[in-house]
Ligand binder design. Sequence first.
Ligand code: CIZ
Length: 330
Amino acid sequence: MSRGVAVETVEVYEDPLDLMDEIDALKRDRDVTILAHYYVDGEVQDVADFTGDSLKLARDATRVQTSTILFSGVHFMAETAKMLNPDKTVLLPDLLAGCSLAESCTAEALETRQDQLRAQGLDFQTVAYINTSAAVKSLCDWIVTSGNAREVIEDKVPSEKDILFVPDRHLGRYLQEVTGREMILWPGSCMVHEVFSLQDLNRARRNNPDAVVISHPECPRNILEVSDFIGGTEAMRREVVSVEAPTTFLVATEANMIHALEQSAPRHSFVPVPGIMASTGETCACNRCPHMALNTLAAVRDCLRDGTPEITWQPFFESAREVVTRSLLE
Ligand code: CIZ
């Protein structure tokens, strides 16, 4: 009879400053450029060559000179870097770094929905938020980010067409409001932005009566309704930079964004809006994305050292690249 043996994994503590030195040396040695999203830990943003939102990072990815890109973010972002750089090696520290939005809309489910709508005689275009897999992007007419969604819908989607918007219902609802275009909305949402609690936001406003509330359009309507400014991460950054007088901002987006805001406008104070756990109704630290959190300094170092995991080219990247290029780069 075999006896169960409990295996305990012991995390070895590594000094972040040593890890940063190792990363710098490996970057030079292995000819790597690091792109990091604003939602990864601040210390990982600090070792990156480029930081930004998906739109900026997609554009930055086309300017990389090294033979390898390490994308510190989530899977769909690294796929975009690969489709724009087929001849480069693209690494992602952890292939399990996914996205609740991307997972809510598979290519099969989207094709089924598109077939249903065509069968109903609808003449529509599919507009996808960038938080989708490359396979889904390849089935769409346009890709938008929080930074360019309004312009793409207003300037590029013909006014006589209906719009199927995937996968974020909150962003889609907000875009309906600002563009005046009716949309068929996919029922997806971001696990981080979904949990902001109006009750906790109102408590934070009472504690900071002069604070300005800035919120991401992936937040539910009740949060946007009490916000002074609504915008994606790059728009938030520009907004706080444009405010001269030292100000307190209550920030309703992934909490690591505060690092980028502090770097850009250190004269202000930034307070993260807490999330609330749906199961218990208690305040939680759910305003941190568990997928982005897989991008630790140690994971970045290991990925540089081992040259893996890698995003490999897939046949549908070709058509996804055409959609991404006409939507984001032209
Ligand atoms: O566009 C992006 O990068 C995402 C996912 C959010 C934002 O506003 O930056």
